[in-house]
Design a protein around this ligand. Structure first.
Ligand code: KG4
Ligand code: ZN
Length: 327
């Protein structure tokens, strides 16, 4: 089965073609247009998708040596995401659907992130705990099987990636700042400069809260001189990154205790973070799975995989856009 996946829910325009669940071609445009603004500007995102989508899809078709009429299934992110951005991908997919009569399915973007694990680590045993940790989402799902998800905990305010990006803005890094903060943190040496608090959300669920952490960083920066902050930037990044990773690890630990499930999959852009990977491998060992970094950040491959698995599980559904739909 040949599946064309299309992803335009936020600031990546991406497409990929899979044959029987294996990647044969993929293409991605990461919108640099937002770097000046400290976050994604929805109108700029929609326009950039409109500019790039045709080239991106033509590239994957060209690289695969296939033609549009050879595609057996179109899979497109239909929720959650930015409304205008989602509309570009959905309209494009529906255009192909109308022209070639190709079957089409909508895909939940978070299911797409989880599907990256089935793509890169097909041996992952189910059930497992999926930590979806990205710029827009931070949640733990119990994945009983493809299509059967139970939310165990989630953020009550900012997502972890959003916290990295907001901290980056305070520290003078361009959006998205996660990788820059990781690189800067790696330069820190010596004793820890400061310990930022890891918020504990009331109740027994392993929920997350990252907005207080960003505020703690802001207060710390405001209490020091500009030179001090510049001189200690690496140590600040290290402390901030550590607080986020500690919170993620602590809540996953709680989730393993609540569910009795010890297999863990970490997906989403923040799963690119090398320190997070090391920490999880140390704490949770060989039961931890990560897709390669290019399949952690938004990509068409994971959407194509989710479409392929939807077809296999008889779960294809005509795209129905809901910008805020949870998994
Ligand atoms: O999954 P993704 O591409 O988009 C969403 O679905 O949100 O995730 C993007 C997020 C951004 O917030 C970015 O700063 C973060 O992932 N990110 C990282 C790293 N690489 C990307 N955060 C921490 N460390 C990284 N190496
Ligand atoms: Zn995403």
């Amino acid at each position: 089965m040949i599946v064309l996946g299309i992803e335009t829910s936020c600031d990546e325009t991406s497409a990929a073609i899979l044959r029987d669940g294996k990647i044969i071609s993929s293409a991605l445009y990461s919108q640099v247009e937002h770097s000046l603004y400290g976050g994604v500007v929805p109108e700029i995102a929609s326009r950039a998708h409109m500019e790039k989508i045709d080239t991106i899809v033509s590239n994957v078709i060209g690289e695969s040596k296939l033609q549009l009429k050879d595609i057996d299934l179109l899979a497109v992110s239909d929720s959650p995401g930015l409304a205008g951005a989602l509309l570009v991908g959905i309209s494009y997919a529906l255009g192909i659907h109308s022209a070639h009569n190709t079957p089409v399915t909508g895909v939940n973007h978070l299911e797409g992130h989880i599907s990256a694990l089935f793509l890169s680590n097909p041996q992952i045993p189910v059930p497992f705990l999926a930590l979806v940790v990205s710029g827009g989402h931070t949640a733990i799902y119990l994945v009983e099987n493809f299509g059967k998800y139970r939310c165990i905990g989630q953020t009550v305010d900012d997502a972890a990636g959003e916290a990295f990006d907001k901290a980056g803005k305070l520290l003078g890094f361009r959006y998205p700042a996660g990788r820059a903060i990781e690189n800067e943190a790696a330069k820190a040496s010596g004793a820890d400069l400061v310990k930022f608090p890891v918020a504990k959300v009331s109740g027994t669920r392993p929920d997350f809260s990252f907005s207080g952490l960003k505020t703690a960083l802001r207060y710390f920066i405001n209490s020091k001189s500009e030179e001090y902050v510049q001189e200690n930037k690496a140590a600040l990044c290290k402390a901030f990154q550590k607080a986020i990773i500690d919170s993620l690890a602590k809540n996953i630990q709680t989730a393993t205790e609540i569910t009795g499930i010890h297999t863990i999959g970490v997906v989403g852009g923040v799963a690119c973070n090398g320190r997070l990977r090391e920490e999880f491998m140390e704490k949770f060992g060989e039961h931890t799975y990560f897709p390669p970094p290019n399949l952690c950040t938004d990509n068409g491959d994971m959407i194509a995989m989710a479409g392929y698995l939807r077809a296999k599980h008889n779960r294809c559904q005509f795209p129905r856009m809901n910008p805020s739909a949870a998994l």
